[in-house]
Design a protein around this ligand. Structure first.
Ligand SMILES: Cc1ncc(COP(=O)(O)O)c(C=O)c1O
Length: 374
């Protein structure tokens, strides 16, 4: 199998742990195992007495029950627990797509959603973002014109990385109708689900909303626990899941037992964790509002209504990759250049972490020294 290098992950692998101030994280603030175990009285004891044998390939039944509680229709039998979100993205495509299958990918995108189907030999068409001023939008009529009876799958990401865009319930319903009319699968990466900034922005999971919908969820982003490496794939269509389960026996076989246990604790207490993570976002967002207002001749953005990331447009002539490299070198601030998404002229920012205010302060030093005219 030939697959393109994953530009975004390469960029993080090289730069993430050497930068002092990250301004572009896509996860929420993490916590320690001790913090997590303190949510339940007997959790510490149970954790220390956990049996370190192999675990069920599908995921522990208790964990699948905890995951199912996030969904309306999806039950534990409609779920397969995996390693992070990356594994189910990879396995879904490998197990369910064939060479020459036609797929549509919401773009720009988290690269595996595009590169894994490409590596299989699928014909990939892009449903591109359209900017109305600073506001990212995805045109449903355009999607309708792209989908036909040969469309095997539509790859979505909601809330969306990198734009911060999120579908309304009406848009979601319209997409489901388009897919249903053409018997297409909807594969939706929902790693930022439950991180809507107000409850009214929440929409159903695509796995609940559509009989051929597939949702991917993970502990990494909204819940801020990427070190657990626990994710899952959900669908009412058991055939899709079974194909993934058979292939998983060639990748990770089963999940890490300690991580499964800790993920269960987190999910049973997820309302409290989400409240804490949303509070951080609500403190951070006004700082960006003020910053982009102050430097509106240089940058513009649209404040998202869900998730921990947004794209910033640069209003001066520069190569975004070179710009990010200079900011990193001079102020040890990590930005994510649009180039890693093949989407130049922008950079991605994050606002889910407590380091963000300090990172923005450092970035401002760069802006004042290099971009503001005296
Ligand atoms: C949209 C999206 N999907 C999937 C992933 C992968 O998640 P994980 O690291 O938990 O495998 C990421 C991580 O950045 C992401 O942003």
């Amino acid at each position: 199998m030939k697959i393109k290098p994953f530009k975004l992950e390469r960029y993080y692998t090289v730069n993430e742990f050497s930068a002092r101030y990250s301004l572009c994280n896509s996860d929420s603030e993490a916590m320690t195992i001790n913090n997590l175990l303190s949510f339940e009285e007997d959790a510490k004891d149970k954790f220390h007495n956990l049996w370190l044998g192999y675990t069920e390939s599908k995921g522990h039944p208790d964990l699948r029950r905890d995951i199912a509680s996030i969904y309306a229709i999806i039950n534990p039998e409609n779920l397969l627990v995996c390693t992070g979100a990356q594994e189910p993205i990879f396995l879904f495509a490998q197990a369910n797509l064939e060479p020459y299958d036609e797929v549509i990918v919401q773009s720009p995108c988290y690269q595996s959603l595009q590169s894994v189907p490409e590596s299989i030999g699928c014909k990939v068409a892009h449903w591109n973002v359209k900017y109305k001023g600073d506001k990212p939008t995805f045109d449903i009529e355009k999607l309708k014109s792209m989908v036909n009876s040969k469309t095997k799958a539509i790859f979505l990401n909601a809330p969306h990385n990198p734009t911060g865009f999120h579908f309304s319930k009406e848009e979601q319903q319209a997409i489901v109708e388009i897919a249903r009319a053409n018997d297409s699968i909807i594969f939706c990466d929902e790693v930022y689900r439950e991180l809507e900034h107000k409850p009214e922005y929440a929409i159903p999971a695509f796995a609940d909303a559509y009989e051929n919908g597939v949702s991917v969820g993970v502990m990494s982003k909204s819940y801020g626990l990427p070190g657990l490496r626990i994710g899952w794939i959900a669908s009412q269509n058991i055939k899709i899941l079974e194909k993934v389960a058979v292939l998983k026996e060639y990748t990770t076989i089963c999940n890490a037992g300690p991580s499964e246990f800790l993920a269960g604790v987190a999910l049973r207490n997820r309302k409290k964790i989400l409240e804490r993570n949303l509070d951080i976002i609500k403190e951070n967002l006004p700082l960006y509002d003020a910053f982009f207002e102050k430097y509106n001749d240089l940058f513009s953005w649209h404040k998202p209504n869900a998730g921990p990331v947004a794209l910033v447009k640069m209003h001066f002539d520069t190569d975004d990759m070179a710009f990010a490299e200079r900011v990193l070198k001079e102020q040890s601030v990590l930005l994510l250049p649009g180039g890693v998404y093949d989407f130049g002229g922008f950079f991605r920012i994050g606002f889910g972490r407590t380091i963000m205010p300090k990172a923005l302060e450092q970035f401002e030093k760069f802006v004042v020294a290099n971009l503001v005219k005296a």
